[in-house]
Design a protein around this ligand. Structure first.
Ligand SMILES: NC(=O)c1ccc[n+]([C@@H]2O[C@H](COP(=O)([O-])OP(=O)(O)OC[C@H]3O[C@@H](n4cnc5c(N)ncnc54)[C@H](OP(=O)(O)O)[C@@H]3O)[C@@H](O)[C@H]2O)c1
Length: 321
């Protein structure tokens, strides 16, 4: 793929998408940023201020639940990055945009002759496996179990798994070239002015709203690396038809709060685990080899967290620093 092309990014005003738009513009791409709201809304102002935006960014209103609006925004694009999704665990809110929205985007891409789609799935479509061996390595061959997602009330993981399965089914049936990125929980500096769900995961430990931390583990990745990963797989001919797990490290919540406490000594970071009975859960192991082989080098979690905290402070979300 050549960087003088026109590409579309759905949900362009979001946390990861804003970084993707910034990096696509800096590489010379012309970008059509599809947004759900009014393009003149102040929440998209940060996109208009990006370098190259005046010349090569169009912000276009398109709801992923409105097929015709997608056809209009995708027409003439070589590539599409489908990122739009709601991030919450309410089945009434998350399933339809994830699954129907993804189907609409995929069908519109096929109808408009798009050359490659990069779909932002999630580690949630990979690692929700009952009785998973804690020593087993989670990689792109793994698929979350839909029944297990239902039984554990993980509706976001359910929706992303179903959305990704639907996307692969349509890609095959419509002969559409697709690559999938499965990011772990994404941190790093914000470009947008609003709070997003994965940054809120950190905020609750800095503001005193979480009094304890859970006996849980999570894998993390920097937003700038996730954006780079999307461009790498878009441009690599060999990437077509593959999934790429995108994570830097896996931590117990206790390790995460210790790092945050060092970064923000004046913040009311919790020091106690809510589960003082069971042994500490072991962080799961995963492989990010495939995306590293394409040339991605990951930002260490310490830098990612430091930049997240600095960005929250700059934007007025944190007042303890
Ligand atoms: N952040 C993470 O930790 C993480 C990890 C793994 C995967 N992901 C995936 O990465 C993608 C981006 O996540 P993010 O963290 O950047 O989330 P985000 O900041 O909430 O951005 C999501 C964007 O999707 C848009 N959107 C939602 N419903 C829409 C609809 N019906 N039509 C058009 N746009 C719609 C939102 O627009 P509004 O502003 O109008 O609501 C928002 O701009 C998602 O697919 C998510 O599942 C995220």
């Amino acid at each position: 793929m050549r960087s003088d092309q026109t590409v579309c990014v759905t949900g362009a005003g979001g946390f990861i998408a804003s970084w993707l738009v910034k990096k696509l513009l800096s590489k010379g791409y012309t970008v059509r940023g599809a947004v759900r709201g009014n393009p003149e809304d102040g929440k998209y102002e940060h996109l208009k201020e990006l370098e190259g935006a005046k010349e090569r960014l169009q912000i276009v209103k398109a709801d992923i639940l409105d097929y015709q609006s997608l056809v209009t925004v995708i027409r003439g694009c070589h590539g599409v990055f489908h990122m739009a999704c709601l991030l919450n665990d309410d089945p009434n809110q998350v399933i339809e945009p994830a699954v129907e929205g993804t189907r609409n985007v995929m069908e519109a891409c096929a109808e408009m002759g798009v050359k490659r789609v990069v779909f932002t799935s999630s580690i949630g479509a990979v690692y929700m496996i009952p009785h998973r061996d804690p020593l087993a390595i989670v990689d792109d061959d793994c698929w979350s179990d839909l029944d297990y997602c239902i039984h554990t009330n993980n509706w976001y993981c359910y929706a992303k798994t179903l959305a990704e399965k639907s996307a692969w089914e349509i890609a095959e049936r419509r002969n559409l070239d697709m690559v999938v990125i499965n990011p772990c929980l994404v941190l790093g500096p914000l470009l947008q002015s609003t709070m997003n769900a994965s940054t809120a995961h950190i905020m609750k430990y800095l503001t005193g709203s979480a009094k304890t931390y859970a006996n849980l583990t999570q894998a993390y990745v920097d937003v700038r690396d996730v954006a780079d990963a999307h461009i790498l797989v878009y441009e690599a001919r060999s990437a077509g038809g593959q999934r790429y797990v995108c994570g830097e490290c896996s931590l117990h919540r206790g390790e995460l709060v210790d790092m945050l406490a060092k970064l923000c000594p004046r913040c009311p970071v919790p020091t106690k685990c809510s589960d003082e009975i069971n042994p500490r859960k072991q962080p799961y192991k995963f492989s990010n080899r495939k995306i590293r082989d394409l040339g991605l080098s990951f930002t260490p979690i310490e830098k990612s967290l430091a930049d997240t905290v600095a960005s929250l402070s700059d934007r007025g979300f944190l007042h303890y620093l």
